[in-house]
Design a protein around this ligand. Structure first.
Ligand code: FDA
Length: 389
């Protein structure tokens, strides 16, 4: 079978590229359905982009690589597409745009766009190998038990990263990129919950609060959740992308609250109020009890010295915790690292080593913050490759 362009992976990036790559496109995926991560994303409503999408909100070895594609197909372009399909949407928080209805509307929209472009889709199909001979790619594909050789001028690698292996994540794009002379940057789970020693936060499981999670590289003020294994919630997922094993993170449990001011004012008001009672007006009760077992929260506010108030404030505004690890690819939303962007043209997503080979989406060493940024990268890089073909 001879075609123009073979796209490996019918995920967010692959489908978007297929809608823009012109005639003669075949998209191949080993899953039973396309866009499975879109379907489960954003709690089933797909946080499909972010109003504040800007290059500084992406990580990768080259902080400039993603700028061109993001500038040429923006969050507003994707929003126009969503609106042209009459998909109702809303901003949830921090510029995060979600479907009012189901995430499957986004999958249906992409399938519709692929259809309009005349792209074919093969599901439940395995890639058995790929070579480049006499100016064209020869890719072995096993479909319905049959071995088929697909000959194409172009190949787009769009099989994503390593996160959620249960959903069929594989390293196919990494392997093929390496085969054609690309190097990979170190990969690690990102946007992932932290784990701690067994039982460390057991009694706090289910407690949530607004927190500022920070280290020397970044800080995020969002929700945080104690789990029976450790810490989760948006603030934690965000900082996890900037964390490495052995490092600590600091949690400001009272962001924007001047605890010194509050306690000194209480002290000078002359009343006798228990410190634990006061803390329970500022933090969840279970957390106050927990902190009281480890730090001195006893006594009366009227008797607190300035240095004790300052010590308490320091602790609550900068609670230092050292995770033992993360939940890993099992629950990570994305993979940090991937195909080294040094080997890819930032305008077209084409390989600098192998003409006709392209790499897009999460497989590439570009990782966004939580909040719609990763899908925006999938859309933008997919369009960049599609238009270049
Ligand atoms: P993606 O993973 O979407 O697609 C890859 C495709 O390749 C899959 O269809 C897979 O089956 C296929 N494939 C893999 N190996 C193959 C092989 N060997 N042969 C054939 N096919 C193969 N982002 C965001 O911006 N907003 C959000 O709300 C969320 N929410 C979210 C929730 C959860 C639970 C997860 C795990 C992730 C998110 N994300 C997110 C991240 C987002 O889903 C992710 O960044 C994009 O899906 C990446 O798009 P890609 O197309 O690059 O890979």
């Amino acid at each position: 079978m001879q075609i123009e362009t073979l796209i490996l992976g019918a995920g967010a990036a692959g489908m978007m590229a297929a809608a823009h790559a012109g005639p003669g496109v075949l998209v191949v995926d080993h899953a039973k359905a396309p866009g499975e991560k879109i379907r489960i994303s954003g709690g089933g409503r797909c946080n499909f982009t972010n109003m504040y999408c800007e290059p500084a909100r992406f990580l990768g070895n080259n902080p400039h690589f993603h700028k061109s594609a993001l500038a040429r197909y923006t969050q507003w372009d994707f929003l126009d597409l969503v609106q042209s399909h009459n998909i109702a949407w809303h901003e949830k928080t921090l510029g995060q745009l979600f479907c009012d209805g189901k995430a499957t509307q986004i999958v249906a929209m992409l399938l519709n766009e692929m259809d309009k472009a005349g792209a074919q889709l093969w599901l439940k199909s395995e890639v058995t190998g790929c070579t480049f001979e006499k100016g064209q790619f020869k890719t072995g594909i096993k479909k319905d038990g049959k071995a088929i050789e697909v000959i194409s001028k172009n190949i787009i690698l769009a099989t994503g990263g390593k996160s959620i292996p249960k959903m069929g994540a594989t390293g196919l794009s990494y392997d093929l990129a390496q085969q054609f002379g690309h190097s990979l940057t170190d990969t690690r789970p990102a946007l992932v919950p932290f784990t701690f020693e067994k039982g460390r936060f057991e009694e706090l499981s289910g407690v949530s609060l607004n927190t500022l999670a920070k280290n020397d590289k970044a800080s995020f003020e969002e929700g945080m959740l104690f789990t029976h294994r450790g810490l989760s919630g948006p603030a934690i997922l965000q900082i996890s992308s900037y964390w490495r094993e052995g490092e600590s993170v600091a949690l400001d449990l009272l962001p924007g609250t001047d605890l010194i001011d509050i306690l000194q004012a209480q002290r000078s008001s002359g009343g006798r109020k228990n410190l634990t009672t006061e803390m329970a007006t500022l933090l969840p009760g279970r957390l106050v009890n927990f902190l009281g077992q480890h730090y001195d929260l006893k006594g009366n506010i009227a008797d607190l010295s300035n240095s004790r108030i300052e010590g308490l404030s320091d602790m609550l505004h900068s609670w230092q915790l050292t995770p033992t690890g993360s939940e890993g690819y099992r629950t990570a939303e994305v993979t940090l690292g991937g195909i080294d962007t040094d080997g890819i043209d930032s305008r077209t997503m084409m390989s600098k080593h192998q003409p006709g080979l392209y790499a897009i989406g999460e497989a590439v060493d570009v990782t966004g913050w939580l909040g719609g940024y990763n899908f925006q990268w999938a859309w933008s890089s997919g369009v960049a490759a599609g238009r270049a073909i």
